[in-house]
Write a protein that binds this ligand. Sequence first.
Ligand code: MN
Length: 434
Amino acid sequence: MIKIVHISDSHLGYRTRRGTTNKWAVQNYSKPYEQEIYDLFLKVMEDISKIKDLDFLIHCGDMFHNPSLHSSYPPPEPARRFLKEGLDIFFKNTKNQTHFIYIEGNHGVFRGYEYTPFESHIQKDEYPNLHYFKGRDLTNAINNNQPLNLEFPSKKVRFYLFPFFEFKNFEIYEAAYDKWVELQRPNKNDDFINIAVAHGSIADGTLHRKVNSDDFGYDYVALGHEHGLKKVSKNHYYSGSLLPMNFKEAYEKQGYLKVEIDNKILNIEEIYTNELLKRTFEIIPIDASPQHTSADLEALIRNELKPFISDEGFDPKTAARLKFNFKGEITFKKNWQINDLMAKIRSDSFSQSDKFNILQIIWKIFDRSEDAENDISTGLIQDYILEHPDEEFKSFVKEKLTEEKSQFDVDKLTQFGMNALKNALKFMEREKEV
Ligand SMILES: [Mn+2]
């Protein structure tokens, strides 16, 4: 029997950015949500390292959050230190009896570089049982027409490695990958346990269909890249990350998997680390019906914020991450009202950290007509704006100015607004023509 733990997508160094109050978890060191991923990573490494007779720990990529496609910053300093600490805990507690296999994902790598943050942050020689496979190892294997695998004859286990690679980006890549992937087909004539380790997903075309399917007859396929813990088929699993990172993920499970393979029989235990999250992380729906005035809307929102107001104030460990979803018939006026109101509420909350225990407030506005099936919808908002934009805008400006008792000239302001709007529309039209 062999015993494996499958873990993935740690995203060390991830920080909540958009609509977040600028507070430290540890002064001048780490941010609130960043720190709890580190803390949980260490706890998980500690827990895993104490599993009796564990043979392998497999990590399916994205150890660091940065750099990534849209950010070339290296991982923040604490990410490096916590990774090292996690590895030290793991190898010390397992007395170097357990192998740690890591493949690279799409995060935590400088695209196109041979040099990786993992290597620059970790002295690989210090860890004889750390087996690290990077994107470059994969492209070398493809170029040399070699499989990319790792064999443990004494345990009769073979791992097939699939670091992240966007083979669909270019036809020549795809053709080369299609050909190479056949080299990853296990030899049926020995009694080895065959395990695939891959970072990718069918959804975005980064997991090859032969790895995704049962084509190669792997005994187990350990997947990374999707952040929810899930069973894809009888022996294909995503372990997910340790905690949700965005609001969609807040409604999925995350954790790791204990996998036992005995005589080709799989026995899998799911451990949910998302249950350790100590803060509210949720989407709050708000009915933005046309009959609601700004004041009604504000009352609805303030009511939702009540659970996060107390004399304790802000606590980096428990402060809420909130997203408001407004849904209704959204006119342009309504849209302006909501944006204006939410910006105000957010700045109120963040400026009173002795009262509000909130880390993040963002919002999204959905026009109900976009859901309608008998659809006139895509055209609706634009038809609308072409009909009454001046009246809409004027009434919005008027309401704002009355509220704030300002002395501005409503007509003049409306005119400015309309010019801006017309320019924007002209721009949209031009965009469409291209
Ligand atoms: Mn990924």
